[in-house]
Design a protein around this ligand. Structure first.
Ligand code: IPT
Length: 980
């Protein structure tokens, strides 16, 4: 830095500490989509990273790839993760003097054929202030890190000539204080850069409104050379829909043009048509029409063209219901960030499509673009694949929310960000709600932005959690939706039943997916589907934001890391980095890993829970009608689906047969025949309808399973009596069972490696205080009587003692273990009560009759049907980024653990129990912080639980429900161990 005032006016202005400067020289945002080539400027640029925006640019350049954050491109400015806390101490609008600033430079060869045309530079996204220079001349400034900025370069560059384009990106600015979202901090140009040319006479904006009755209105704004030249006479606009000219039926109005002399520099025109027998758009059947709008010169030649995909649909709020095409649709939503484990923020078409395909396959129909406008392609894909979108403006002032919401210096930026989002995205049928931002308190700046939207786009409701929380039914706040975050289910239900509800209640965030989580999701949906006034919500969140990191040098791998991960796990020598892993002094740890998919988009088990809860087809049993099938969709028939019946019997048999789904409209039900007779014998019987896609869908090939609803047709037989046969079992001096296949006999376990919910919800610290992680076992007595051996032991914690009794009875082929544990009142809420033992190595296959095949827990067991399942032991464990309790299976009746030669052990449980078979002891999991540090044991660690605490969502939001807690008092359980 020098003491002299910088000569460059863009630097001298210090726009990075001037909130009232939202842009300079930037063109108005618009929704025109020309889809014509232009000149892509993506690729390697000359690059240097300065320590501050006013530091001199040196002569030594490296390269940086555009689009991409420099924080993952081998610079010394690495990613940092903080949630609410700002990464620096300065108060708004100030920022630290040390302020990483990337200078990107490249040559621009401007095509000679652009002579006479208007030339525009588009920078897709830059974080957080963009300064543009061409050949050293200042051209513009832009803020708003997740929306494009366009600059008119017509008079600045010379067609046929070569210019030097410099984009300077300042990382910290006044805008950073309103971009305090909960994800990684990065810097750079994170979306594509493009140079394009238009005719001097051009479409400045196109607004499409298409209603479900077929009415189509297209409003066009027309300008001449950026509005500084008068419009030529005689111009007009035409349009066609799916190739059919709209002109014949269309009424064409040229408003405010030279005819009435209202304006000679801004042309306004409207195409108005009614499409007969229109195919309407909804998330289930996203019917789109292709609209082309053409601007003609007086001689009929085309000056400009814009392409749009139109979905005819209505959104309205009637009473307390949000209606799409008159239907009260359930919002099965998720919050989605633009995230990628290699690039940080930059996402490709293929990535976004893959995101949405996964969501569709798992029953989601809605996305909140948390917490900023997502990449523009996301909305095209949402239109095409069928999602309801809450489009959210890039405003989160979390750490200084209260001060900023009413700060007039930030007024411009609030209105700017909300209005630019609406101007860009207004033509997407998928967007049904505008959101004013996230976690920014509520102030006059929000009302100003809401006022702008209400005037510009009266066709969609607005939501803003910060306003709604002042009163879910308050008519005076800037939110048409009651959109709380992490509200208690009972409060939502109470509100809906109170008679006071005036707005749809759709939680903007609920069911926090951090680690092993999403307990009680089924309870939420049971309430939502049965309580008028409740309409759904958006799970927090889609991604675990783990950045792929080399363990050797701690650096992000960057763009070239494809293939260095698989199935949710980073390749050896790599790991998924979370907060703190890049040496950040200030960070929020693993809170950034809170998604329902792993960083490589591998679904977590909770996804299957969601899939089942969202099932389009449900079955139930009526004694007189037999099996009844119901269509739970809002718009679609069942013709796109087919199915297979599966009957699992406790005796090991599984009968299958094709299912013909009846032709049902939404909401209809019908009795359906089974392709087999249910055998009179065989014990407990479970009927599953495996529903698959009949014909290829845009998001799933034929054969993809979409749900597997299940019914119990017959309860289990009464348990067998215990008959002692054979010699007494052997126990050691400590009263521990000796068995050739066990390396550690069964002991009592009250502990699990705390989940993120256990830790952050405050339960695990309490467990540790009680000493549950280090209970001290003491044998009280070992009694031998007949064939029976009874062992009494005490397990002492810091505040209480648990009395544990084991009775070993020799039975046909093995040993039966009857256990009881008496928990004192002091241990009133523990992780589990059950047995844990360890096996010899080599038993690598688990086969079980119970819920599966994926991981399930007492309050997350709706998506795992009962049946005969089988998986290698190594695949039972879910590789949560921060190791924690994992791999459980709910409702297990019996299992075998076997070696390839079919030797091994078999366990039969007295009733369906929570079981886990992994390579890790709980303390192995708590000893490390990342999955890659785990060293699997040769044998298996087996837990059989009489009771296991639900998972809940307490890392952010409500804990599990009382019915899923493990209470004090006496717990009893029995199991039989046999050798195969
Ligand atoms: C809520 C935020 O909106 C979201 O960005 C994320 O941080 C989430 O919590 C937790 O992961 S805000 C919370 C303080 C209620």
């Amino acid at each position: 830095m020098t003491d002299e005032l910088p000569t460059d006016p863009l630097i001298a202005l210090r726009p990075w500490e001037a909130p009232e400067v939202t842009s300079w020289g930037r063109l108005p945002m618009n929704a025109v989509d020309r889809r014509t080539g232009g000149l892509p400027l993506d690729g390697d640029w000359r690059f240097q990273l300065l320590s501050a925006p006013d530091a001199p640019v040196g002569g030594s350049w490296s390269t940086a790839y555009v689009p991409g954050a420099w924080t993952v491109q081998d610079t010394d400015d690495l990613p940092q993760y903080t949630n609410v806390t700002m990464p620096f101490r300065e108060f708004p609008p100030k920022v630290p003097a040390v302020n990483p600033t990337g200078v990107y430079e490249r040559e621009l060869d401007v095509p000679a054929e652009w002579a006479g045309r208007r030339v525009v530079l588009q920078v897709g996204a830059a974080e957080s202030v963009l300064l543009v220079h061409v050949d050293g001349r200042p051209v513009g400034i832009s803020k708003d890190s997740h929306l494009a900025a366009e600059f008119d370069l017509t008079g600045v560059i010379r067609p046929g000539g070569r210019s030097v384009l410099r984009l300077t990106v300042v990382k910290w600015s006044d805008a950073t204080h309103i971009e305090d979202q909960d994800h990684w901090w990065h810097g750079g140009i994170t979306r594509s850069v493009l140079l394009y040319a238009t005719d001097p006479l051009y479409l400045a904006d196109v607004t499409v409104r298409a209603r479900r009755d077929g009415e189509l209105r297209v409003d066009c704004l027309v300008r001449n050379a950026a509005g500084d030249r008068a419009l030529p006479g005689g111009w007009y606009v035409t349009g066609d829909l799916d190739g059919e000219p709209l002109a014949q039926d269309a009424e064409f109005d040229r408003l405010n043009t030279e005819d009435d002399r209202v304006s000679d520099f801004l042309g306004e025109a409207r195409i108005h048509a009614v499409v007969p027998e229109v195919r309407t758009w909804n998330a289930e059947e996203p019917e789109l029409y292709g609209l082309t709008v053409r601007l003609h010169r007086a001689d009929g030649t085309v000056a400009d063209t814009s392409h749009h995909r139109v979905g005819f649909r209505d959104v309205e709020i009637v009473g307390r219901d949000l209606l799409v095409n008159g239907e009260r649709v359930f919002i099965r939503g998720v919050n989605r960030h633009d995230f990628h484990p290699l690039t940080g923020r930059t996402v490709s078409y293929d990535d976004m499509r893959a995101d949405l395909v996964v969501l569709k396959r798992f029953g989601f129909n809605a996305i909140r673009t948390s917490h900023y406008p997502n990449d523009p392609t996301l909305y095209d894909l949402a239109d095409e694949l069928g999602f309801y979108v809450v489009d959210e403006a890039d405003i989160e002032s979390h750490d200084h929310a209260h001060e900023i919401a009413d700060d007039p210096r930030y007024l411009n930026s609030f209105v700017d960000r909300v209005s630019r989002m609406v101007l860009r995205d207004k033509n997407h049928p998928s967007i049904i709600i505008w959101s004013l931002g996230n976690e920014s308190d509520y102030g006059a700046n929000h009302d100003a932005a809401a006022g702008w939207v209400r005037r510009h786009d009266p066709t969609r409701p607005i939501q803003y959690e910060g306003a709604a929380k002042l009163g879910w039914a308050d008519p005076d706040v800037a939110s048409d939706i009651a959109c709380p975050m992490y509200a208690a289910l009972e409060d939502c239900v109470a509100h809906a039943l109170s008679g006071e509800q005036t707005k749809p209640l759709i939680q903007c965030e609920y069911s926090h997916a951090m680690g092993n989580s999403n307990g009680t999701l089924a309870d939420h949906w049971a309430a939502i589907e049965s309580t008028p006034g409740l309409q759904g919500g958006f799970i927090w969140e889609f991604w675990d934001h783990g950045i792929l990191q080399r363990v050797s040098d701690g650096r992000p791998v960057g763009r070239t890391g494809a293939g260095l991960y698989d199935n949710g796990v980073a390749a050896p020598g790599h790991r998924w980095a979370y907060g703190g892993d890049f040496g950040e002094a200030l960070h929020d740890g693993a809170f950034v890993a809170d998604g329902i998919v792993f960083p490589d988009r591998t679904p977590k088990p909770a996804m299957y829970e969601h899939r089942e809860i969202a099932a389009p087809v449900r079955i139930r049993c009526f004694r007189h009608e037999g099996v009844v099938l119901a269509n739970h969709q809002h718009f679609r028939g069942l013709d796109w689906l087919t199915g297979t019946w599966e009957l699992a019997l406790a005796d090991g048999r599984t009968l299958t047969g094709p299912a013909k789904l009846p032709d049902l409209r939404p909401g209809e039900t019908a009795a359906v025949p089974l392709p087999f007779a249910v055998p009179a014998d065989g014990g407990e019987a479970w009927l599953t309808l495996r529903v698959t896609v009949a014909e290829d869908q845009a998001w799933a090939p034929a054969g993809t399973e979409v749900c597997a609803p299940q019914l119990r047709l017959r309860a289990a037989d009464a348990p067998r009596e215990r008959v002692a046969v054979g010699p007494a079992v052997e126990v050691d001096g400590e009263g521990l069972l000796l068995h050739p296949l066990l390396t550690a006999g069964p002991t009592l376990s009250l502990w699990r490696a705390p989940t993120d919910n256990d830790e952050l919800g405050g339960i695990a610290p309490r467990w540790r205080a009680w000493g549950l992680d280090r209970l001290v076992r003491k044998v009280v007595s070992v009694r031998r009587e007949g064939g029976l051996v009874t062992v009494l032991a005490e397990y002492a914690g810091t505040v209480g003692v648990v009395r544990h009794r084991q009775e070993f009875t020799p039975v046909e082929g093995g040993v039966r273990v009857d256990e009881s544990a008496e928990l004192p009142q002091e241990f009133h809420d523990v992780a589990r009560v059950g047995s844990v033992f360890e096996t010899v190595g080599g038993l690598d296959l688990l086969e079980w009759f119970g819920q599966g095949p994926w991981e399930s827990y007492p309050d997350r067991a709706a998506g795992a049907p009962v049946g005969h399942h089988s998986l290698p032991v190594d695949e039972l464990f879910t590789p949560y980024l921060r190791p924690q309790e994992s791999g459980g299976r709910h409702g297990v009746r019996r299992f075998t653990l076997s070696a390839p030669d079919a030797t091994g052990l078999a366990v039969e449980l007295d009733e369906p129990r929570q079981v886990s078979v992994t390579r890790y002891r709980a303390e192995d999991l708590t000893a490390v912080t990342h999955h890659d540090e785990l060293v699997p044991r040769a044998g298996c660690v087996v837990h059989l639980d009489a009771a296991h605490r639900g998972l809940g969502t307490a890392s952010c939001g409500p804990d599990t429900f009382p019915s899923y807690l493990v209470a004090p008092g006496i717990h009893r359980w029995s199991w039989t161990l046999r050798v195969l």
